[in-house]
Ligand binder design. Structure first.
Ligand code: HEM
Length: 517
């Protein structure tokens, strides 16, 4: 009798355990959550499913899953997070412009960027601290030329571009440049852009840039930033969902690589900060850094309400420096590959630049309205090679609804920027590289035709959009004015379908000759 009772009891316990294990398979987050796979797949949830569908390109896996469920608003669980992936342009615009979607999730990948594993900076924070830091940094960087026309900064960028042209035309002058431009003239991409783009930002930040002899550290820091970009993924990596895996090989290896690369990038920014902090004088403001130090003096370090603190400054600046050195440069490298496939676009840009600018000087932002085809080419490059394929994850701040679906507070929202840049309904022939799509009948740039969202939109709009667009335009125009693009002898055209997806889309490092015209 006793044995039978305990057997029944064990049976009940087993059933309860099975129920507990399998229940998530069928449960959905909320009554009317967007369509998607049935509940949480054990252990990793929808993240595991996405990995199974397309291990290397999670944004493509999400699009395939959306197609399977015939929805552009896909609902799934990423481990414990209810998650929505938006793959429609109109819905994406709506989400990005509604303030209930302005939060950021607390992902371990984001914490790994900070020495003390805290959420700091702009990218991965929300609430009052995010608002305050974003506002302060943008407001005061602006005074030194960030995000607007500023004669002094444009002159410095012009000198920086002349050095890039010199490096590409006449080769390495300094030892560290030999790893970037080989003796036979081939330049490593995206690395060849690191110094120029980083210096353009440093100039705004500190009023100084590194001279050519000193730029070795910029190439090294750029390479570290690329390690983070390539080893992370657009959903936060498996470490964000099972952080304890950092103790288990081979995840521990990935963890160490990402962590070290992040700390190296932070380390560079710390050296810049320390240099100015040593000689800080409250009564004599030299640059943006001094303005921030002044706020820090007013704060009590222990007071959690004051956010002008050292770790906040480091990560806040990394959030600007990091995309400048690794994001915008990668976009340039993607564009160069794209142009190898489209020599007509190169010829057309060259004709336009020859007519408008000639050869005596580099193109400037004043020339931009007349260089409509060059501008359109850059915009088309950003559409077809969407740098940040899933945007940066947002978080729902309060229970809300979206197009008839109910989304609970803390739902993660990913905007499928790559998917919306390839929606046939909007673009007709999204697979074609066609800069003309942004021009009117008179060949003028028609901004109304550019409905792409490479920088997102709304309150979380990329904080570096204008800076990025300006420096990329100037670099593209300078390169087209001075060079033709040549591949290594015997090399095939790059296979654009083989690009890797990390946090951003990256090409493999490749060698390209900028052959003087
Ligand atoms: C081609 C170059 C770039 C592209 C395509 C790009 C794209 C993006 C995207 C898609 C986001 C996320 C928007 C969202 O959350 O919905 C973002 C955020 C951000 N970007 Fe960029 N970006 C680029 C370059 C830059 C540069 C050069 C900087 C700074 C110098 C920068 C600074 C930032 C910052 C600080 C954020 C976080 C904004 C926030 O969360 O409030 N980006 N960017």
């Amino acid at each position: 009798m006793f044995a039978a009772t305990s057997l029944v009891l064990w049976g009940v316990v087993l059933l309860l355990l099975l129920y507990r294990l399998l229940r998530p398979l069928y449960s959905r987050p909320g009554k009317n959550f967007p369509p998607g796979p049935p509940g949480s797949v054990p252990v990793l949830g929808g993240y595991g499913l996405l990995l199974l569908i397309n291990y290397y390109h999670l944004h493509k896996a999400a699009t395939a899953l959306g197609d399977f469920y015939r929805t552009k608003i896909l609902g799934l669980w990423l481990k414990d997070y209810p998650t929505v992936v938006v793959n429609d342009l109109a819905v994406a615009r709506e989400v990005l412009n509604r303030k209930e979607f302005d939060g950021r999730p607390d992902l371990y990948l984001a914490r790994m960027r900070d020495k003390g594993f805290k959420l700091r900076g702009i990218f991965f924070t929300d609430g009052p601290s995010w608002k305050e830091q974003r506002w302060f940094i943008l407001r005061y960087l602006r005074d030194y030329g960030f995000g607007r026309r500023f004669v002094q900064h444009e002159a410095e960028v012009n000198s920086e571009l002349l050095e890039l042209v010199d490096l590409l035309k006449y080769g390495a002058k300094h030892e560290h440049e030999k790893a970037i431009v080989r003796a036979d003239g081939y330049a490593k991409c995206p690395n060849v852009f690191f110094s120029c783009f980083a210096n353009a930002f440093l100039q705004i930040l500190s009023g100084e840039r590194l001279c050519r002899e000193e730029t070795g550290v910029l190439y090294e820091t750029g390479a570290n930033a690329m390690i983070f970009q390539r080893n992370g993924d657009d959903y936060g990596t498996i470490l964000s969902f099972l952080p304890w895996l950092r103790y288990v090989y081979p995840f521990s290896k990935k963890y160490n690589v990402i962590r070290q690369a992040s700390l190296n990038v932070n380390g560079f920014i710390e050296t810049i900060i320390e240099k100015y902090q040593r000689t800080f004088d409250e009564n004599h403001v030299r640059c943006f850094l001094d303005l921030y130090f002044r706020e820090m003096v007013k704060c009590t370090p222990q007071d959690p309400n004051f956010t002008f603190q050292q770790d906040q400054l480091i990560l806040g600046l990394v959030d600007f420096f990091f995309p400048a050195i690794s994001g915008a440069t990668t976009q340039m490298a993607l564009l160069m590959e794209r142009l190898l496939h489209n020599p007509d676009a190169v010829r057309r840009m060259q004709r336009e630049i020859d007519e408008v600018v000639g050869y005596g000087r580099l193109p400037t932002l004043d020339d931009r309205p007349q260089l409509a085809y060059t501008e359109a080419t850059l915009r088309e490059g950003m559409r077809i090679d969407t740098l940040v394929p899933s945007g940066i994850a947002h978080r729902v701040l309060d229970d809300t609804s979206l197009r008839g679906y109910e989304l609970p507070k803390d739902t993660l929202v990913l905007i499928g920027l790559d998917a919306v840049h390839n929606q046939k309904e909007y673009w007709g022939d999204p697979e074609c590289f066609r800069p003309e799509r942004f021009l009117d009948a008179n060949g003028k740039l028609c901004l109304a035709k550019d409905i792409s969202l490479p920088f997102g939109a709304g309150k979380r709009l990329c904080a570096g959009e204008t800076f990025a667009r300006n420096i990329m335009f100037l670099t593209l125009a300078a390169l087209m004015q001075n060079f033709n693009l040549r591949q290594l002898p015997g090399a095939r055209l790059p296979d654009l379908s083989k690009r890797a997806t990390g946090v951003i889309i990256t090409p493999e490092d490749y060698w390209l000759k900028f052959e003087p015209r």
